[in-house]
Design a protein around this ligand. Structure first.
Ligand code: HEC
Length: 209
């Protein structure tokens, strides 16, 4: 080839490049669209299972919390939240197959810290509430490989303030018990109706037809 002549790929080479690109895009598309194999019905079913598991966790935890509050006061109930919450969640997972947990933007136990998606969804829930949407009407889902990830907001209710409310609402001995177990507690100062955190679940999508 004389020098100075612009080099161009031969038509055959262009064809090979095009073919190569097409193959790469196909491979990319098929690796990114595992979700496409799940239909809306499977997603709705998995969301329903997550929602039922969250209801169950909430009912059982609230039940044990109020029993402990009646019998031993908030300080005894702190231990229910600490020890029983993960145990009840594990029981629910073993009977329903739904991995259900609680998380929050401002958390008490670092084990409940959100990942990036969870933090984003909680910020979005709070923004939706500012726009007038009710907490009970909100949820979020995302497909992650063979699982559905699901979230639902948890607003602060009247019985929560004794452990998550403002300073004046938390008894001295409760504050002491909390400080002992959670020296870096960030889960105080919430007002009634404010976003306290969220349920977060993982539900297998395979076999859920
Ligand atoms: C008796 C005290 C007490 C009461 C009442 C209480 N909580 Fe908690 N809460 C705790 C403790 C202790 C933890 C940390 C549990 C752990 O170690 O995982 C916690 C953790 C949480 C978490 C997980 C995120 C985090 O901060 O670590 C959420 C969400 C939560 N509480 C919501 C509520 C709601 C909603 C209510 C009312 C329905 C409530 N709590 C009532 C003591 C309490």
């Amino acid at each position: 080839m004389p020098s100075g002549t612009p080099t161009r790929p031969s038509p055959r080479r262009v064809h090979t490049i095009r073919f190569g690109l097409a193959a790469v895009s196909l491979a990319l598309i098929s690796s990114c669209t595992t979700w496409a194999s799940f239909d809306q019905k499977q997603i709705d079913l998995a969301s329903q299972r997550a929602s039922t598991a969250a209801d169950l966790l909430f009912q059982r935890l609230s039940g044990e919390l109020s029993t402990a509050m009646t019998n031993g006061g908030p300080t005894a109930a702190v231990l229910v939240c600490k020890d029983r919450a993960p145990e009840i969640a594990a029981e629910i997972e073993s009977t329903t197959g739904v991995d259900i947990e609680r998380t929050a933007l401002r958390f008490r136990n670092t084990a409940n810290a959100p990942d990036e998606w969870e933090a984003e969804m909680m910020a979005a829930f709070a923004a939706r509430r500012m726009n007038g949407e009710e907490w009970k009407d909100m949820s979020a889902t995302r497909i992650d490989g063979e699982q559905l990830r699901w979230m639902r907001p948890i607003p602060l209710g009247p019985m929560c303030a004794v452990c998550h409310g403002e300073d004046a609402q938390i008894a001295q001995d409760t504050r002491r018990a909390l400080a002992e177990i959670y020296p870096n507690d960030n889960a105080v100062g919430f007002r009634d109706g404010e976003l306290r955190g969220a349920f977060t679940a993982r539900v297998p999508l395979t076999g859920a037809r």
